[in-house]
Design a protein around this ligand. Structure first.
Ligand code: C5P
Length: 225
């Protein structure tokens, strides 16, 4: 897209995967590479936005022109996203946020004792997307979630859109060498009005641009330039 249609807008993107500490050296994590979130940040910069990129454990070069806020855990990501979202026109939660974290972080490295293996008790993490959607700092803010599903993707996606209360949800077909850790992605974007927009398999930058097209559409025709 050549149009600088995000000029004057502040957008927040979360990327990567959170790590939930078990002890000083171990964590529960996931396979998110951060590529889709970084592509969203880079394309938003290219379209003229001020971009805050809340980045969890990503081994990629920072996109030029984006304000990168590094975080580790879901709780840290919540703080950073809510703070950045206060004056944002749009928030895109592309990060894979752990639904659960260990209830305690051991002070020292967990050791073998010769006895039975330790039990890990999990507690639920805050749902950042749901919380933000419920308590929008601005009524006109556009909030986008992601849903990685292996089966019945669109049906689960519709349900997730309702439960989280966001405006758009990007439903990823994961598996078979697509999505996590790969340069390509494909998705169906669902909105609150029952519309489904298919984005065919292609580079994550292409999917990112299509997502921004839909965000721009929802932001309305009021130009900030
Ligand atoms: O429920 P699920 O993890 O599948 O939802 C995925 C979407 O919700 C993603 O946009 C993700 O960034 C967001 N999420 C969140 N906080 C959580 C879990 C997921 O914001 N604790």
């Amino acid at each position: 897209t050549l149009a600088a249609d995000l000029t004057g807008r502040h957008v927040v993107v979360s990327a990567g995967g959170t790590r939930e500490a078990l002890d000083p050296v171990r964590f529960l994590g996931n396979r998110s590479s951060g590529r889709q979130g970084y592509a969203l940040a880079a394309t938003a910069v290219a379209r003229g936005a001020r971009v805050t990129l809340v980045s969890a454990n990503v081994a990629l070069p920072a996109p030029a022109g984006a304000d990168v806020i590094p975080v580790t855990s879901a709780v840290e990501m919540r703080e950073a996203v809510l703070a950045a979202a206060a004056d944002a026109d749009a928030v895109v939660m592309a990060a894979a946020v752990a639904d659960f974290r260990p209830d305690t972080k051991a002070a020292g490295k967990i050791k073998k004792t010769g006895g039975p293996p330790p039990t890990i008790t999990l507690v639920e993490n805050p749902d950042i997307l749901a919380e933000l959607s419920r308590n929008r700092p601005r009524k006109d803010q556009v909030i986008v979630g992601f849903a990685a599903e292996t089966e019945n993707a669109v049906a689960y996606g519709r349900d997730k859109l309702q439960r989280k209360g966001c405006d758009l949800i990007v439903v990823n077909q994961v598996g078979e060498g697509i999505a996590f850790g790969t340069p390509d992605n494909e998705a169906v974007v669902l909105d609150r009005d029952g519309r489904a927009v298919e984005i065919p398999r292609g580079p994550k930058e292409n999917l990112a641009d299509r997502v921004w097209d839909l965000v721009v559409e929802r932001l309305g025709s009021v130009s900030k330039t």
